[in-house]
Write a protein that binds this ligand. Structure first.
Ligand code: FAD
Length: 292
């Protein structure tokens, strides 16, 4: 079943994100992660794509194929800033041959050390290119607090519309810690005539270093309530883990109560995190989806 069909059937979709392990990590570790995550029967699992490096395509496609072999639909991420059209053709061909037809089409982050190829400048161009090729279901990224390169949310949502007009039929949000940011973006998107399902990206943070790195990478802001929690429990990993998982569950319950299309959980390849969160909202999801 492709991603569009999943959204057509469900009131609230629940999905996970994983990333390919570093080349220094034994490949078996991802097998165990995938076994545990697929055992929770999420609606789909997305697999990130390394922005540079020739092994990126193989790693993402292989893990996506593994997920598919376990009976769960995979969504393969693909970035374009550092690829030529010929390289995108090769990736698309490989994905099709492996039966992988769901792609989250992205521009990718700019890297100061690498010169972009110059054939694709933004995600909407990749989406249009893949859409024209045919045979793929295309998803794209959106940003509750606007992308860090955007002047403001209005500008960001105008470009988001282009991605949908180019052929994206599903959007996944950047992580956020204040649901009001997500609701504001959602309102703007709907007011701009974006009608496709928009999934909320949720990430439970397990240590302070991780949060600092993530916030500096993606520009997500931390509400006062969150900072208080972080400062209070930062020296006790078990307490911080409990607190941030509860925070994520609270976010999810509020999002579902407000009619969100789906929750995309950034698992950080930690099945125990996914198990905990899923276990805490399982009955809510079942109730919502039993309502037809
Ligand atoms: P774009 O949609 O191109 O947007 C980038 C900026 O340009 C924004 O400010 C936007 O408003 C503006 N813009 C968009 N279109 C145009 C246009 N036509 N003309 C002018 N300006 C425009 N990175 C990875 O390397 N690998 C991954 O697997 C990965 N997965 C991700 C998954 C999700 C759900 C999210 C939210 C992000 C992910 N990223 C990943 C990070 C992503 O690559 C970066 O956020 C990147 O900087 C922007 O990608 P984009 O596809 O949103 O770009």
């Amino acid at each position: 079943m492709n991603i569009d069909e999943i959204f057509a059937r469900k009131r609230v979709v629940f999905s996970f994100e994983v990333f390919p392990p570093k080349s220094t990590t034994p490949i078996e570790s991802i097998y165990r992660t995938i076994d545990s995550l697929t055992g929770l029967e999420p609606d789909f699992i997305s697999v990130t794509y390394g922005a540079g490096g020739s092994g990126a395509m193989d790693a993402t496609a292989d893990i996506a194929a593994l997920i598919k072999s376990r009976g769960i639909e995979p969504l393969a991420h693909l970035t374009c800033l550092y690829h030529s059209a010929a390289q995108i053709d090769a990736v698309a061909q490989k994905l099709k041959e492996m039966g992988l037809t769901n792609i989250l089409a992205l521009r990718g982050d700019r890297r100061p050390d690498i010169q972009p190829v110059g054939e694709f400048s933004h995600a909407d161009e990749l989406i249009a290119y893949l859409h024209k090729k045919g045979g793929f279901h295309l998803s794209a990224a959106c940003y509750p607090e606007a992308h860090p390169e955007s002047r403001n949310l209005d500008e960001d949502v105008r470009y988001l519309k282009r991605k949908v007009e180019a052929g994206a039929t599903h959007l996944v949000s950047q992580l956020f810690f204040d649901n009001n940011d997500f609701y504001a973006m959602l309102d703007k998107a709907r007011n701009h005539g974006i009608t496709v399902p928009i999934e909320a990206g949720i990430m439970p943070i397990l240590n302070k270093k991780q949060i600092e790195r993530i916030v500096s990478n993606c520009g997500a802001s931390l509400p006062k309530k969150y900072v208080k929690m972080l400062n209070r429990f930062e020296h006790d990993p078990a307490a911080l883990s409990d607190a941030s998982m509860s925070y994520a569950v609270e976010q999810i319950v509020d999002l579902i109560s407000n009619g969100v299309d789906g929750i995309h959980l950034y698992t950080m390849n930690r099945p125990e995190v996914a198990q905990h969160i899923y276990g805490s909202v399982k009955n809510i999801l079942q109730y919502e989806n039993s309502r037809g």
